[in-house]
Design a protein around this ligand. Structure first.
Ligand code: TXA
Ligand code: MG
Length: 345
């Protein structure tokens, strides 16, 4: 199949709408990461998403809508979801709702809930409006690779597999949406993202839990609240290790680890804050952004992780940030890229 890469314009929205209505797949930009969309009400179209990504069938998809009225036939919206939609939609917050029968079980992997979200990216919004359909869309990467934050990333993974990619520039947030479960008692964040725990607590006026496996591996016999947590994700081909501790100890340790690995003939690099790039100039530094801006690190992280593979990095050491605010989402993705392997400086 020939994959067209088109700039965002009225003609590409019209083409996308036609493809989606006919059961095809379209990759499109959102404010979080690029999505791989299909008509959420068409089981065949939904199955072709799993095929294009090589995604396990038991990992459910998020349904994207243009406006709230589209939700009525799809799901029952929990009461607590309303103030959150008022505060954060359109935007990077996904809410679990009780599904109605019209949603194919292929979308929800047989679960009684469906994840719904209203993206804010203007290109996503114009495409959703043009097709008038609820769109099931996971991130537009091959399963197991970092999510795409540019159209070029999508091309790397999807060229020849889908008919159309709409280019909307680099995704702003850079990490996938926050997934919040309001269906099973107290609110629980299953996957942290750009809408933070602190922001949700402020609106709900009650504490919000974070699923235990966000900052550690899933334990044997522990059921994943969100099926996606079971899978190895965001993983570059090389081995990644996190280095934690006070700045004055972390930087020298990174230098030491780098020279040990280089001496063994391994292709090695460090992921470090902008502030440390010049001090680590002998250690093949990759700038992940400023230590004081988790938002900037979120924005860049997946692009940096993809570069590691392009460069054939075998051993990678990374600095860490506190798991607060957007830092929680950053440390969830970085932690999983490292299989939570951490050294204390
Ligand atoms: O930002 C995003 O959310 C992007 C853009 C394209 O919207 N989409 C995305 O989709 O990241 P995906 O499929 O890569 O991640 C969806 C996550 C998975 O971890 C999945 O297990 C979880 O949401 N999920 C979906 N439906 C669920 C459900 N009913 N119950 C629990 N978890 C669910
Ligand atoms: Mg994904």
């Amino acid at each position: 199949m020939n994959t067209q890469l088109l700039a965002a314009c009225p003609e590409s929205y019209a083409l996308a709408a036609e493809i989606l209505k006919n059961g095809g797949l379209v990759a499109f930009p959102t404010e979080t990461v690029y999505g791989l969309g299909a008509n959420a009400l068409d089981p065949e179209a939904v199955l072709s998403i799993f095929a294009a990504k090589g995604r396990p069938a038991d990992n459910p998809l998020i349904v994207h809508v243009f406006d709230r009225s589209q939700l009525d036939p799809l799901c029952n919206v929990p009461e607590k979801a309303i103030p959150l939609m008022d505060a954060f939609w359109p935007g990077p917050l996904t809410l679990l709702c009780e599904r109605k029968p019209v949603i194919p079980s292929e979308v929800t992997a047989g679960l009684p809930t469906v994840a719904v979200r209203m993206p804010s990216h203007p290109v996503a919004r114009k495409m959703l409006q043009a097709c008038g359909l609820p769109i099931a869309a996971p991130s537009a990467n091959s399963s197991g690779r970092p999510s795409p934050t540019t159209a070029a990333h999508v091309m790397e993974d999807m060229n020849g597999k889908i008919p159309l990619i709409i280019d909307g520039g680099m995704s702003d947030v850079g990490l996938e949406s926050t997934v919040l479960d309001l269906c099973h008692g107290d609110p629980v964040i299953l996957r942290p993202g750009g809408v933070t725990k602190e922001m949700i607590e402020q609106v709900l006026g009650c504490p919000v839990q974070v699923a235990g496996s966000v900052l550690r591996p899933l334990r044997e016999n522990e059921t994943a609240l969100s099926p996606g947590m079971r899978y190895k994700h965001y993983s570059p081909k090389g081995s990644v290790t996190l280095v934690e501790g006070p700045e004055e100890r972390v930087v020298p340790l990174l230098e030491k680890l780098y020279s040990e690995q280089s001496a063994l003939g391994r292709k090695c690099c460090v992921l470090c804050f902008s502030e440390h790039v010049s001090r680590l100039s002998a250690c093949c530094p990759h700038d992940i952004g400023s230590a004081v801006s988790p938002e900037e690190i979120a924005h860049r992280l997946f692009d940096v992780l993809r570069k590691l593979d392009e460069e054939g990095m075998e051993v990678v050491f990374s600095e860490v940030i506190p798991p607060e605010g957007v830092g929680l989402a950053v440390m969830n993705r970085l932690g999983r890229a490292a299989a939570f392997h951490t050294i204390q400086a």
